[in-house]
Each structure stands twice: as C-alpha cells, then as structure tokens.
Design a protein. Sequence first.
Length: 227
Amino acid sequence: MKVEKKAMKKSRDLEQREFNLNLIKTLNLAKYADDKREVPRDIMENLHAFQKFDRNGLKAEIKMFARESGVPEGLWEFCLDLTTSNMKVLYETAGWGWNPKKKKREIKDEEARLIIAFENLKSVGFCHFRFVREEDALVSYVYELQVKPEMARKGLGRHMMLIVELAARSLGMEWVMLTVLECNKKAAAFYEGLKYKIDETSPQVVLEDGEETSYQILSKRLSNKNK
C-alpha cells in the first residue's frame, strides 16, 4: 500500500511539473517572438484587419509597443497624462489616493504591453495589458483602457478590447481579466456590455457578507479549460 501511494504521489508530481512547464512555455510564447526572450511579440502582426479603426467619424491607426522594443518618451507621457486626467479623481474617491510615480512605473514595467491608437499621428487612446499566470490559468490582464474624452463613445475602447481578446485567445490565454473601481460606474457598465462578469477572486466573492470593498475583479473566459 505504501509503495502504491508513493507511486501515485510521484505520478501526480510529474503531471504537475509537466503542467507547469507547459504553462511557462505558452506564456513565454505569448510574450516573446524569439527563444532568447528578447524581442516582445507584436500581437498586431496577425491582426491586420484591426490595425485600422474607422467608425463614428474617427479614423485611427492601432500599434503595439513594449519597453524592450522601444517606446518613444512622448508616448509614456501621453499614457500617464491621460490616465491621470481620467482616473485621478476616481482613485481618490475610492480611497486609493493617486501616486503618479507608481503609475508611471506600472506603465513602463518590462512586462507591460501597450496598444496605442493614433489619429493623424496624434495619440488618442491606449490599452495597457500583460500576459500573466493567475494560479493555474494563463491570463491577459488589462491594467488600463483609456481614451481621450472627446473620442469616447465612438467604439475605440471596444475595438482595443477586442484586439486584446483575439490576441489572447490565439496565444493560448484562457481568460481576460481586469480591475474596476466600484465608483467607476461607466466602466463597469462598459465591461458588462462586453460580457465580463465578477470573477471568483473578486472581493465581492471572497469577503464575508457586509465587508466593504472599493473595487471589482472582472473576467471573461476565452477557453473551456478550468481556471
């Protein structure tokens, strides 16, 4: 009996090791275009139809950037300034406070991938996302989706989210996840319209009844694998 238990444990350990190695391999393939993990994968290269946006009077070109492949300094500032303009008051309302240095480090992180929309060569919106592992699932986590106020309600945000979802699915990610502040009702309604639901890891699920929280974690499943 002891021999059988040891054999079963060894088998489970080997299966878990193989599972972990496969996750790491898939994650690295999503992040990088080369075996040395030096060249970030450009998710737009196989999404030619989505590199142009032309709806509701807005014509934009969509490009992807990553720190390793070079991001013009002006684009870093654009992302930070737009996020500050759109989110600072909401962060303060939620009780999180606003730390521009922390936000800039977040946007410039080596793991960050940026989809940026340009109208006549001028930046008008962006999406910051990362390919990550959440427990035993591979996830495309959206950190920011920001559009200039005058460009809102034209479909650009929805277009960039669709790009993230299509790329994530094609690269083996199982979920797209994101965080929404409770006070950001417009964002919550936007993501609900895109079929995002409260994730099982969200505070609303894991906290005891009556405990207050300032944010939600939302998710959309891209595959039938168990999370």
